[in-house]
Design a protein around this ligand. Structure first.
Ligand SMILES: C[S@@+](CC[C@H](N)C(=O)[O-])C[C@H]1O[C@@H](n2cnc3c(N)ncnc32)[C@H](O)[C@@H]1O
Length: 251
């Protein structure tokens, strides 16, 4: 139901992702956004999940930000297909996380080795989201937990974005998939993971969301003016996009 895309389409998304990450200041802006949005939730999770120094934590599609750094305890493993292409790799490698270059569809870990898997803002970037969830299920212990978050869109916006995916000039190249909050939940349920709790992390595009709200552009072409207008008047609207996070466990 949620599909998979071709290797070619996925590589196009990843090429754009890589160039976005390599813009000056993006990693810092993203980290700042993550701290703003998730610090409290992670502090609460750290407590409620009873994390210890030995808790095995997996960060799926960690990018250069590695959101699991927000946990003060635990043994962190993090991977991303782009990791060693990123200029920031040197900096993040110093952060005491076991880093790997890998894809979520085929994780380089044995069955049941993690207590907690975290996957933030990744599934709509992958080639086969349901397979990534299946791999998370495989690698997390039967009594382990999953913290999965994603930008989701209102049904009408999702419909338009799905149509846009089929029309090259309308395509959101970095995001091959678009989900409504309900579709996101159904997809999680179909992977054998049961949602226990949910958070509405943010509504509307966050002011530091990269690539979406550029500071005044030197090029005041009609196209750029339109992008700025859409960013300010449409994408920032609460109804347009919602970032949801779910805490789940294996059924
Ligand atoms: C928007 S970034 C989010 C990074 C990080 N989780 C965060 O919240 O800042 C999406 C990430 O998903 C990664 N990604 C894309 N396809 C993937 C796949 N098949 N498996 C794992 N990660 C993937 C990308 O390389 C990219 O770093």
């Amino acid at each position: 139901m949620f599909g998979r895309i071709s290797q070619e389409r996925w590589h196009a998304a990843q090429a754009l992702e890589e160039s976005e990450w390599n813009h000056q200041g993006i990693v810092e802006a993203e980290w700042h956004e993550i701290v703003n949005k998730y610090q409290k939730v992670f502090a609460e999770l750290e407590h409620s999940l009873g994390l210890t120094q030995d808790t095995m934590i997996l960060d799926v599609g960690c990018g250069p930000t590695i959101i699991t750094r927000l946990f003060k305890q635990g043994r962190r493993y993090a991977f991303d297909p782009l990791l060693y292409n990123l200029h920031q790799a040197q900096t993040i490698a110093q952060d005491n996380t076991n880093l790997m270059t890998a894809r979520g569809e085929e994780m380089p870990f044995a069955k049941s080795c993690f207590d907690v898997a975290v996957c933030r803002n990744v599934l709509d970037h992958t080639q086969y989201p349901a397979q990534v969830l299946a791999e998370m299920h495989r690698t997390v212990k039967p009594n382990g937990k999953f913290f999965i978050s994603l930008y989701t869109y209102a049904p009408f916006v999702t419909f338009v974005k799905k149509i846009g995916e089929r029309i090259s000039f309308l395509r959101n190249v970095a995001h091959p998939f678009t989900f409504t909050p309900d579709e996101f939940k159904v997809m999680i349920g179909q992977s054998g993971i049961q949602v226990e709790r949910e958070w509405l992390i943010h509504e509307g595009v966050h002011s530091t969301d990269y690539g979406k709200i550029p500071p005044p552009l030197p090029d005041r072409s009609v196209r750029n003016r339109l992008i700025i207008w859409l960013n300010a008047n449409v994408f920032r609207s609460k109804w347009f996009v919602r970032e949801y996070a779910f805490l789940a466990s294996a059924k």
